[in-house]
Design a protein around this ligand. Structure first.
Ligand code: GDP
Length: 205
């Protein structure tokens, strides 16, 4: 597993507190409680890497994780690689001012971060494309950033229902969005290998 070497680096409230804007990184975004922390833990194979929580809206920081450097060939210098866990919101419990702060920071981050190669958007398969998700997809469209959607908690549906949800989501993606999508479950491991490959493609792309 190429993501296994992930290590916590720092937590930030503003983008200028993030690690130096060098190398390549992939950002993880999702509404609170969508299953983003569980997805990060499943992808990296570390149970406690990202803190999962039953309290929606608790994760209100950007968290940086370092990965082993990407080596493209002997002649080229190895590339620093990172995962960035973006704060999720979407529940009424998060005060309006805080939502606005994060909306603004995420917007700035996606538009200004040069090392950012793509976004993994975590969406609960039972609640596709809420306002937060549409905003993220629009930001990606705007900035021509690649986006890979993980329709997670697929274990809550039958296989047939899950593939119907995936087909429905693909139709709903805004026209022109450079987005791909797949079914995923942190609970039973569905799609974990494919998602790792997608993250690596983004990082190396
Ligand atoms: P976050 O707020 O997006 O980081 O969400 P968490 O990863 O903390 O997950 C929120 C809740 O959903 C927790 O109770 C998790 O146990 C549950 N959960 C997360 N992923 C899955 C999944 O793939 N399947 C099931 N059944 N539950 C999940």
């Amino acid at each position: 597993n190429p993501l296994q070497g992930a290590q916590f680096v720092l937590a930030a409230h503003r983008i200028n507190q993030l690690p130096a804007d060098e190398g390549a990184e992939v950002a993880f975004a999702g509404r609170s409680n969508a299953g983003k922390s569980s997805a990060l833990n499943a992808l990296t194979g570390h149970k406690g890497l990202a803190r999962t929580s039953k309290t929606p809206g608790r994760t209100q920081q950007m968290v940086a994780f370092s990965l082993p450097p990407i080596v493209h060939g002997e002649a080229l210098p190895a590339l620093e690689a990172r995962l960035i866990d973006l704060p999720g919101y979407g529940y009424a419990k998060v005060p309006e001012a805080l939502r606005e702060h994060w909306r603004h920071e995420i917007d700035r981050y996606l538009h200004q971060r040069r090392s950012l190669r793509g976004v993994v958007l975590i969406v609960d398969i039972r609640h596709p494309l809420k306002e937060f998700d549409r905003m993220m997809l629009e930001f990606c469209l705007d900035t021509e950033l690649a986006c890979h959607v993980l329709l997670t908690k697929a274990d809550k549906l039958s296989r047939n229902q899950a593939s119907q949800s995936l087909a429905a989501l693909r139709k709903e993606l805004p026209v022109g969005t450079p987005a791909t999508a797949q079914v995923f479950s942190s609970a039973d491991g569905t799609g974990v290998e494919d998602a790792r490959a997608a993250v690596m493609r983004l990082l190396e792309g």
